[in-house]
Each structure stands twice: as structure tokens, then as C-alpha cells.
Design a protein around this ligand. Structure first.
Ligand code: SF4
Length: 508
């Protein structure tokens, strides 16, 4: 299919930092993108996903969040536009996490980027993919270099043969975490679906519409959690609605058609904007532990004009079971916790109510109004909460608090193991469990107490291995590593000399 070539404001400056987006060159890429007409998008991201008080946390490529949301949806094709190395990493990660779907890719070179041919290639690819028998939607994601170069996805057709086309920019220099990148795509889809619903009738959910008013759940969670939430809501005459990000396009309409939205994960700022535009109230925090469940049921009931008697009925049904689960499965030990999923403060509440001596919670996500109640609750119990936590802050926390268990991201767990501190991965072992209601109250104790009980094994391993493989001697060696202090002295001397020379040149 041939199309007229649309002149775009391509920006060759973007190519100079190809592949450096994650590590450096952020300012140059940002400036290049702005010069190429992306200021409005980047300003919106800066407002939705504030960076302060620290800079962007260390975490995986943010675009993974958007890619994962697209790949998990039925009848949705997801296409990446970016440097081959970025696409390789993102494709690898998505298959590592069991995507079982193809990732589309429109390759480019410096010529197709600066001449605007890349945009034409993307448009051709979208036209070729737009088969309504197979797809409801096609998602196309601009990574760092195409965003910095100004590839204008916003002028793609909004729909081809009845297949919706969603083009988004998800650059590492504009979207801080992969969690927030999920919101970029979920928000774009909700906006599209909201406009469709405003324009006329839309498809009903696959299993029909709920007879009761529903609560839309915002944030990916353990599959049992929405079921448990539904049970909690039932005495108030309410039902659990779809979970956003949704698994199918038509669920977006049902998600918008709710009585209220539960922002279980607090970072979905763009999605919240769409729900508010649809006139839906949004409730923060979540029904975790006793206090969290009580406050959440009250807030949901109030926002849906449920009578106090029904709210109390819901509380009376669930709270004794939560209390019993917490008392029956206590957690003993000092813990530090960090992660980048967005559920860190909720897990922290559960740990404290289970009896853990929790000292620190670090989350890569920003501070928003939807976690304000959790922040207040944790702070009142002496827990330090760090939003936009950096790896250095997470590691400094366990140096300071000397916990019996460090729960964290891969590098945090690695650093804890080196110090013989028992540790657990947040993403794989903690966030992949039920958190809500009685099931959540009892789910963490077994894995956490078992890990804390491993301390003596960690000590045995440390005394067995001693200093083997630490620092300079890490890696694979043919012979026994020999320390060379003289090389270190020589390198230090050269670096000092170079620094002095640079200083002298600056003063000329
Ligand atoms: S797209 Fe992701 S991997 Fe590629 S440069 Fe940007 S942040 Fe890094």
C-alpha cells in the first residue's frame, strides 16, 4: 500500500545518543524530543509522574510496562519502534515473563529516521496488521530514539478497518518506571474507549453486565484478590468490576461504567484522569490487614451512598476473619522492604499488622494522593517510607537497620546475600501472593518466617566460602586470583594526574 510521504520534523541529534537513554544522555534526548515537537507529551508525563525528591530510580526499561499491558490483552497487537538493542532486551524480558505472543518491530536506520521514512514504515506496518478478524486494537510504542526524533505517532489513523490504533511515546527519559508506563497505555486506552462510549453504543462485557453497581479495580493483582474483593463488597450490594489494565478491549467500557474506582495501586495518574472525566469517584489504599480493610470498606460504602448498616454488615462479615488470620500466622523479625510494583506500602501494612518489626519501605513509585492513607498509617507506626527510592537508599536502609530479612529487588537481594542477610525478591515471591482480606493476612507469614529461619544457613555459607569471589576476585578465573596493589596504585596515580591536568586546562 502506498501513502503520500508526510514531512516530519525529524531530529538527527537523537541518533548521537542511540542506546544511551538508560544510562546517560537523558538531557540531550529530552531536548531533542522537545525540539521535534514532543513538548506537550513530555510536560504531561512530568506532571503525571513527578521525579522528586530524587532522580529516576534504577529499574528496568520503563517501556516494558506498556509492552506487558499490550501483550496481556486478547485481540491486541503490540509493535515497538526503537533501537534494535532496546527491542531485543524488551522482547527477551517479555518472553522471560511468559508472554507467549509475538512482539512486532519496525526497524530503522539513521537514514529512515532522519528522512521521516520510519514513520511511513510504521504506518505501512499498522495497515498490514489491521485485520479486524484478529484484532480489536494495535498498540505502537515509540521508545527513546524515535521519541527524541519526533516520530509523530499521533498522526497515525485512529482506526483502520475497525481496528483501533493507539500510538504512545514511552521514553526512558520521560516515564520514570515500568509501573508508570503501564499507566501510559492504560490511560490512552481508557481515553479512546471513553470517547467511543460518549459517541454511541459499545460492546457489552463478554460475560454480560453486572446487575449490581461495580467497583473497578485499578492495578494488576494476584488473580484471587478480585474474587476476595467481590466477597467483601457483596453485603453492600456492590460487585467487583474489571481490573485495569484490562485483558480485553470491551472490558474498558465496563471499567468506565462503574460506581467507583478503587486505586489499589496508587500510580495510575493518567487512568484516574479518565475515570474522573467520566465522573467516577476514586478511592485510594486497599483492604489489606484489619485497619486497611475497615477504612477501605467505609470509604467505598460512603462513595457509593451505601447505608451505614450495610457497611457495618460488610465489616462484620470480614474483619473477624482478618483478625483471626493475622493472629494465627504471626511474623517475627525485623524487616526492610523495597520494590517497584506499586504495592509496597500495602505489603508493609500487612507485615506490621502481622507483628513484623518493619523499619523501612522503599518504592520506586511516586507519592500520590492514593497512597496518602497508607503513608500516614505507616509513619504513625515508626516506619520510614521512601518514595522514588534509589538502590543506594534501599541498601543504606539494611545497613542501618540490620534486619533479619531484606525484601527487595534483585540488586538489593544480592547485596543482602553478600552480608549473609536472608532476603526475598519482592516481585517474584511477595507481590505474587494474595494481599486482600483474610487470604492476604495469612499468605505472607509462611514464606517470610521460613526465610528468616535460614539465617544459620547463610552464616554457614559465608564461613565456607570466606572471601572467595568477592570484589576484584569475582568472576571466572583460570588460576587463583592474585591481588595486585601496585596496579591499583599506578591507576590511581594516572587518574590523579589526568584530573590535575583537566583542572589546569579549565583555569587557562
Ligand atoms: S528504550 Fe528503554 S532500553 Fe532503550 S534506551 Fe530507552 S530506556 Fe533504555
Amino acid at each position: 500500500m502506498s501513502h503520500p510521504v508526510i514531512p516530519i520534523v525529524a531530529n538527527p541529534e537523537a541518533l548521537k545518543t542511540d542506546g544511551l537513554g538508560c544510562h546517560s544522555g537523558k538531557e540531550q534526548l529530552d531536548a531533542a524530543a522537545r525540539a521535534a515537537g514532543k513538548s506537550e507529551t513530555l510536560d504531561q508525563y512530568a506532571q503525571d509522574y513527578p521525579k522528586g525528591p530524587h532522580d529516576q530510580p534504577q529499574s528496568m526499561c520503563p517501556a516494558f510496562g506498556s509492552l506487558r499491558v499490550g501483550l496481556r490483552m486478547r485481540r491486541t497487537a503490540t509493535i515497538l519502534s526503537g533501537s534494535a538493542c532496546c527491542v531485543y532486551g524488551l522482547t527477551f524480558t517479555s518472553h522471560f515473563y511468559g508472554a507467549r505472543r509475538s512482539v512486532g518491530y519496525v526497524p530503522f536506520d539513521s537514514e529512515s529516521l532522519v528522512t521521516g521514512k520510519l514513520f511511513e514504515d510504521i504506518r505501512d506496518a499498522v495497515h498490514k496488521e489491521a485485520n479486524p478478524d484478529l484484532y480489536d486494537a494495535i498498540v505502537i510504542i515509540n521508545l527513546c530514539v524515535p521519541t527524541a526524533s519526533g516520530v509523530p505517532l499521533q498522526i497515525l489513523p485512529k482506526e483502520i478497518n475497525g481496528v483501533r490504533v493507539i500510538g504512545i511515546d514511552v521514553p526512558g527519559f520521560g516515564v520514570p518506571t515500568h509501573a508508570e508506563a503501564k499507566d501510559v497505555l492504560a490511560g490512552a486506552m481508557l481515553k479512546y474507549a471513553r470517547n467511543e462510549a460518549a459517541a454511541g453504543p459499545v460492546a457489552a462485557p463478554r460475560n454480560g453486565r453486572s446487575e449490581k453497581p461495580t467497583i473497578t479495580l485499578l492495578g494488576e493483582m494476584f488473580p484471587a484478590d478480585p474474587v476476595i474483593l467481590g466477597m467483601m463488597l457483596e453485603p453492600m450490594g456492590l460487585a467487583a468490576g474489571p481490573t485495569v489494565p484490562t485483558r480485553e478491549w470491551r472490558e474498558l467500557y465496563a471499567a468506565l461504567d462503574c460506581a467507583a474506582v478503587a486505586a489499589i495501586h496508587p500510580f495510575y495518574t493518567a487512568s484516574v484522569r479518565e475515570f474522573e472525566a467520566a465522573g467516577r469517584p476514586v478511592i485510594g489504599s486497599a483492604p489489606v490487614g484489619h485497619d486497611g480493610t475497615e477504612a477501605w470498606l467505609q470509604a467505598i460504602g460512603d462513595s457509593c451512598n451505601v447505608g451505614q448498616a450495610q457497611i457495618d454488615a460488610a465489616k462484620n462479615r470480614i474483619l473477624p476473619a482478618v483478625r483471626a488470620a493475622l493472629a494465627g500466622k504471626p511474623i517475627k523479625g525485623r524487616i526492610t522492604l523495597s520494590g517497584y510494583e506499586g504495592s509496597e506500602l500495602l505489603v508493609a501494612r500487612l507485615l506490621v499488622e502481622s507483628g513484623a518489626d518493619l523499619r523501612y519501605v522503599g518504592t520506586a513509585c511516586p507519592k500520590t494522593i492514593h497512597s496518602a492513607a497508607d503513608l500516614e498509617w505507616l509513619t504513625a507506626r515508626g516506619v520510614h517510607v521512601q518514595y522514588r527510592a534509589s538502590l543506594e537508599q534501599d541498601i543504606a536502609a539494611f545497613h542501618e537497620f540490620k534486619p533479619d530479612l531484606a525484601i527487595g529487588t534483585t540488586p538489593v537481594v544480592q547485596a543482602a546475600k553478600e552480608l549473609s542477610i536472608p532476603s526475598l525478591y519482592f516481585t517474584n515471591l511477595i507481590s505474587a501472593r494474595p494481599l486482600m482480606g483474610p487470604a492476604g493476612a495469612g499468605s505472607l507469614a509462611a514464606v517470610i518466617n521460613a526465610a528468616i529461619g535460614n539465617k544459620s544457613r547463610m552464616n554457614d555459607m559465608q564461613s565456607f566460602f570466606g572471601g572467595t569471589g568477592i570484589g576484584d576476585s569475582a568472576g571466572v578465573w583460570e588460576g587463583k586470583p592474585v591481588d595486585r596493589p601496585e596496579f591499583r596504585t599506578e591507576t590511581r596515580r594516572r587518574l590523579d594526574k589526568a584530573a590535575k591536568k583537566r583542572k589546569a586546562e579549565e583555569m587557562i
